[in-house]
Design a protein around this ligand. Structure first.
Ligand code: ATP
Ligand code: MG
Length: 608
């Protein structure tokens, strides 16, 4: 958060406003006060001068209107006496002037030379000619002080002007007094301003301190620190605000921690899901993806985030994001290669606001490869079974047709025709029995009837049975260890396994070939080997011989009566015993089938 500039802070603004208000108020009061004061003082001064002048005027008029006898002192003399009797500190000079502007007398001793001269004062002439008094404040150049000039016309009883009284009074004192008072006032204003500024700063602090506290708190909260509390300074509005703020902090902290824990839960749910989950924003760009989805799509997170979902799923050719929003069913994503099938199923759900505004899309990915494989195998199995049953049935029908059409009467053909139908029926019974065996093993109710047997002895008895009954010219070679090897097996099932492997070896062995039987032990298991010098199996198909119905050479195997289920059953049985089965073969040279069985090495001397 940005720091508030000094001059922008409420604190400074508050003090400035406070000062401005006081300054304006003081200014108005001061102005009004100064004006009133000046007016009053000036009026007082003028009135006092006027009052005294009235007195002088009365005496002067008396003297001027008096009929004089030769004994009487002259007018000038009498006037001088009148004026000299008048003595006042603030009156500078009083002159008496007659109607012809001649100066008759002056109170100023230094100006006696002016007596009998014409008055040059403009004010005097104006006052006499207009018969009214004249008053003005002049600036005296000589003393540099302000002087009030007052000219009063002197009237006789017939209201005719007989002269004038010219007075100059020193008014400078009045102005000095006004100045002094103004200075006192200004000083008072300055002192009170200083005091109010200091008080203002303190008052402003009581407002701004809680505000700054809350500001700091808000900054801390923005950084995730909810431990701070705002100090509550009082019970006023600010205090209430601070309490509300602290309450808000608590609420925020609670909701923040709830949100965080919900997020953690959601994240752990997403991460522990085996299904892949991808969410997008409203433009269809990936905003979240869990690890399962990354593994399924074989991508890394930084490659995926913010990229369009359509390109991540490889659907950009067929679909736009808007299409995906409309998709009701799931879509199969086929990432299969020639070597391995890989099919994902994507289910889409739209996240919407209540207003219907689309917020984004959630895609759930499920690895469907196994399901697809099972489906495919099932289809293949059904078609194989149908095919395997149809062939003998068609053969039988044609022979039976021939018999029905009269061949039964022919003693030469009829028995051989019947033998064929018998063989085919047997083959079908075998096939159905094999299928039943497999189906029983597929369902989980399948159980082994195990017992402890010595494997060499058990294996040898089976080999001997084949040795006695064999019709081919094939040599059996045993590579069996002398030590006893006790294993826990279901002897019936194991006999079927070994029977099938040996009969295969015999089936594909050439005349005069060898069939080798071997058993070796290794820590936790025994390894059994049955090897022949037969035709072998093409390399690419070696591992397919354990698939149901697989036959390397269909025509030949069928001719030998095989169903192609023998090794598939053997594989299921060996797995049920906890072992493994595999083949190694070279075309034209021979085939070796290996299988293992779990085995526990007996402590030496345990059987002694
Ligand atoms: P079934 O055993 O049901 O009578 P089958 O022998 O044809 O029929 P499997 O035992 O499952 O079926 O064998 C599958 C295929 O594997 C055979 O058809 C054959 O092509 C091939 N095969 C098995 N063992 C050998 C072998 N020793 N040498 C060459 N090919 C073999
Ligand atoms: Mg077989």
């Amino acid at each position: 958060m940005q720091k508030v500039g000094f001059f922008r802070s409420i604190h400074v603004k508050f003090v400035l406003i406070y000062i401005l208000l006081i300054v304006v108020a003081m200014q108005i009061i001061g102005l009004y006060f100064a004006r009133e004061l000046e007016e009053t003082l000036k009026t007082n001064f003028t009135t006092s001068v006027k009052d005294r002048m009235n007195l002088v005027e009365f005496s002067v008029r008396e003297e001027m209107m008096k009929d004089r006898s030769p004994d009487d002192p002259s007018l000038e003399q009498s006037l001088r006496t009148v004026l000299s009797g008048f003595n006042s500190e603030d009156i500078n000079e009083i002159r008496v002037i007659d109607a012809k502007y001649k100066i008759l007398a002056t109170s100023e001793l230094g100006n006696q030379s002016l007596v009998r001269q014409r008055s040059m004062e403009d004010s005097v002439r104006r006052s006499i000619s207009s018969e009214t008094f004249y008053e003005n404040i002049n600036f005296d150049q000589a003393s540099g002080e302000r002087v009030m000039v007052r000219v009063t016309p002197i009237m006789n009883n017939n209201m005719e002007v007989i002269g004038a009284l010219y007075v100059t009074a020193n008014i400078e004192k009045v102005f000095k007094q006004i100045n002094d008072i103004n200075q006192i006032l200004a000083g008072g204003v300055a002192v009170s301003l200083a005091i109010t500024v200091i008080i203002g700063i303190f008052i402003a602090r009581t407002f701004t301190r809680p505000i700054s506290d809350m500001r700091r708190q808000a900054q801390a909260m923005a950084q995730g620190n909810f431990s701070r509390k705002v100090h509550v300074y009082g019970d006023d509005e600010m205090g209430q605000l601070a309490i509300a703020f602290n309450h808000l902090t608590n609420q925020l902290q609670e909701s923040q921690s709830t949100t965080e824990s919900e997020q953690r839960k959601l994240a752990s749910v997403l991460e522990n899901m085996t299904d892949g989950v991808i969410s997008t924003d409203r433009k269809g760009r990936v905003s979240l993806i869990n690890d399962s989805a990354l593994i399924m799509l074989r991508l890394t997170r930084d490659l995926v985030l913010n990229r369009p979902i359509t390109s991540i799923l490889g659907l950009e050719q067929e679909y736009t994001f808007e299409d995906l929003i409309q998709v009701k069913d799931s879509i199969a994503l086929d990432f299969s290669t020639e070597k391995e099938p890989y099919i994902l199923r994507a289910t889409f759900s739209v996240t919407q606001r209540e207003t219907g505004f689309v917020n984004g899309l959630i895609v759930v990915l499920h690895d469907n490869t196994e399901q697809e494989k099972i489906d495919m195998e099932r289809r293949e199995f059904v078609s194989n079974v149908s095919h395997e049953l149809r062939t003998p049935l068609t053969t039988m029908r044609s022979y039976l047709d021939a018999l029905a059409e009269g061949a039964w009467k022919n003693e030469d053909i009829a028995p051989s025709f019947l033998r064929v139908t018998q063989t085919e029926t047997e083959r079908m019974i075998r096939l159905v029995n094999d299928l039943l065996k497999l189906s029983r093993m597929d369902s989980k109710e399948y159980e082994l009837n195990t017992e402890w047997v010595e494997f060499n002895h058990f294996f040898n008895s089976i080999i001997e049975r084949f040795e006695f009954s064999k019709s081919q010219n094939v040599h059996f070679k045993r590579l069996l260890p002398s030590a006893d090897l006790f294993v826990e097996i279901d002897t019936d099932k194991m006999t079927q396994v070994i029977d099938n492997i040996i009969s295969n070896a015999l089936k594909y062995s050439p005349d005069g070939g060898d069939v080798r039987f071997g058993v070796t032990t290794s820590g936790t298991y025994i390894k059994v080997m049955i090897s022949d010098d037969g035709m072998g199996i093409p390399k690419a198909n070696v591992n397919r011989i354990f698939d149901r119905f697989y036959r390397a050479d269909r025509a030949r195997s069928r001719a030998m009566g095989g169903t192609g289920l023998g090794l598939a059953i053997a594989k299921e049985m060996i797995i049920a015993h906890g072992g493994k089965i595999w083949a190694e073969s070279e075309e034209g040279k021979g085939t070796t089938i290996f299988f293992t069985l779990p085995f526990e090495q007996q402590e030496e001397g345990e059987w002694d």
